[in-house]
Design a protein around this ligand. Structure first.
Ligand code: ZN
Ligand code: ZN
Length: 192
């Protein structure tokens, strides 16, 4: 019943190969002008039995978008999220989400958000593979993965908040950061 209503207004967002879960969720929320809380409500009302405990709340949805929290939706919550997003292809896998706490060694994933400017110029998404801690450079382009703007040094925001595709402080676009580094104008390492 509610699905019929939902399908009349929802803007679908297709996850792209290697796109991080955080980035997919951010795109979906922006496309549909949904707050964390409203998305949580939609996930909860989609269940058959509304007397059950809520599957998630505002804080959980916010944490799903924050890779360093390593908080995952439960299987049931993910199922309902896929129904809300009208996307059956999205599954909990390493392609879309960081491994949860305890499933991998701490050092295997780089928790600070990183970027390959050349990849972003091709497809403007945040990619899972940039976060692998065994990689310092992009396997495809051979350039160093950035964790801060090379012009002003500001660290990148969460992937789900990449609405503009540019630095929040100096407005250098992600797609142009690679050229900036190549020209050697300034390379600022982000503090670890
Ligand atoms: Zn690349
Ligand atoms: Zn900047």
């Amino acid at each position: 019943m509610w699905e019929g209503k939902l399908s009349s207004w929802v803007f679908r967002v297709e996850p792209i190969e290697d796109e991080s879960f955080s980035h997919v969720l951010g795109r979906f929320r922006r496309a549909n002008v949904l707050s964390y809380g409203t998305l949580a409500e939609l996930i909860n009302i989609s269940r058959a039995d509304s007397k059950e405990e809520p599957l998630c709340g505002r804080a959980e949805v916010e944490n799903w978008e924050r890779p360093s929290s390593r908080v995952h939706p439960s299987e049931h919550a993910l199922e309902e999220l896929c129904r809300v997003m009208q996307n059956e292809k999205m599954t909990l896998s390493d392609r879309l989400i960081y491994p949860s706490k305890g499933t991998v060694g701490k050092g295997q994933w780089h928790l600070q958000t990183r970027l390959c400017s050349a990849c972003y110029a091709q497809v403007p998404i945040h990619r899972m593979r940039w976060q692998r801690s065994d990689l310092a450079v992009c396997e495809e382009h051979g350039c160093k993965l950035l964790s801060a703007c090379p012009s002003c040094g500001l660290g990148f925001r969460l992937p789900s908040l990449w609405a503009e595709g540019r630095c929040d402080r100096c407005w250098l676009s992600f797609a142009h950061m690679g050229e900036w580094v190549k020209r050697g104008v300034s390379i600022i390492e982000s503090p670890m």
